[in-house]
Ligand binder design. Structure first.
Ligand SMILES: C[S@@+](CC[C@H](N)C(=O)[O-])C[C@H]1O[C@@H](n2cnc3c(N)ncnc32)[C@H](O)[C@@H]1O
Length: 317
């Protein structure tokens, strides 16, 4: 399936003021380049650095990005290394930054990648196929308590303990279809009949563990905000409440500036706000978009604009 970019119009609109005079936008989750193409089309003077740790995604982005070939640099890396990527490219500051978290439709659709509970494939789930940790290792080698912790935390699955016990009993688990079957059998029959696929939460949890998704976000976001020059903007789209919580907290901390303990009656630290929040509530897709693109359901977009900085190189260019 083609990957339709979520809230693409809003993303381009929010980033446009930061790119009206040109400058560099970093799309750190390039995927097929759907958002990137839209941003470049609407900001004709901007250059784009596209980052993805999935080599297949970078290659496939070529079709969408061909018209903008002269304005893009593609980098295969983890976005947690965004500061090092910018340094390698000689970029002291950037005008805009985008994260569209999670997995893409093409990754889900190729059964050999092992992301999908709907198709049989190997237990892989690596976005970066050169990394060592696979879903196989998480499913077959983690201790039962650790496995239950992963499924409970990242899957927010109330039957995590039962599922982990069933997986451990069934080891070795050899494929995605086998794992999906084990999960389905492990949860109470009454629950199976309602809502979404019973293995969805467990697959999401294993995927987030394999790809260290939350950790990468925690590292990348402060570095990206730090790299923005004054007037620069950052947009993050998340699909998981834990991710959205991280984004909300980091944006709020930087928008308030003060790092004094909450029981101090007056501010003693003197720290200034470094961003202005552009989305008082998270932006969500409307019913039309969700109808066209079910991936948009549950997406939450938050955005900030860089205000001040102690670093002279961050002055507006
Ligand atoms: C939801 S898709 C992005 C789709 C893209 N916005 C588009 O319009 O085509 C997320 C992409 O981010 C990549 N990704 C996820 N985590 C990453 C990380 N830590 N570092 C680099 N790329 C990552 C995935 O490989 C995937 O291609």
């Amino acid at each position: 399936m083609e990957h339709e970019p979520v809230l693409a119009g809003r993303v381009a609109e929010l980033l446009a003021p930061a790119l009206s005079r040109g400058g560099v936008v970093v799309d750190a989750t390039l995927g097929r380049g759907g958002h990137a193409a839209r941003i470049l089309a609407e900001a004709p003077r901007a250059r784009l650095v596209g980052i993805d740790k999935d080599g297949d995604a970078l290659e496939a982005s070529g079709a969408n990005l061909a018209p903008f070939e002269e304005r893009i640099d593609l980098v295969r890396d983890d976005f947690k290394n965004v500061a090092a990527v910018l340094e390698r490219l000689g970029l002291a500051s950037i005008a805009a930054f985008l994260l569209d978290l999670g997995v893409s439709s093409p990754q889900l659709d190729v059964s050999e990648r092992g992301f999908s509970y709907r198709a049989d494939g190997p237990l892989d789930m690596r976005m970066d196929r050169s990394q060592e940790l696979t879903a196989d290792a998480v499913v077959n080698l983690y201790g039962q308590r650790e496995l239950a912790r992963v499924i409970a935390r990242y899957g927010q699955e109330r039957f995590a303990a039962r599922i982990a016990a069933a997986i451990v009993r069934a080891r070795p688990v050899s494929s995605t279809a086998t794992l999906a079957g084990i999960v389905k059998e492990a949860i109470p029959a009454a629950t199976r009949r309602h809502g979404r696929h019973p293995a969805r939460r467990t697959f999401q949890a294993v995927r987030m563990e394999v790809n260290s998704e939350l950790e990468a976000l925690e590292v990348a976001l402060p570095d990206a905000i730090e790299a923005l020059h004054v007037g620069g903007r950052a947009v993050v789209i998340s699909y998981h409440s834990l991710e959205d919580r991280v984004v909300k907290r980091m944006f709020a901390e930087r928008a308030s500036g003060c790092v004094c303990p909450p029981d101090l009656p007056v501010c003693a630290c003197g720290a200034e706000a470094t961003v202005r929040i552009l989305t008082s509530k998270p932006v969500q897709a409307d019913a039309d978009e969700v109808g066209r693109n079910p991936r948009a359901k549950g997406a939450k977009l938050r955005a900030v604009e860089r205000l001040t900085t102690g670093h002279p190189e961050h002055r507006l260019q």
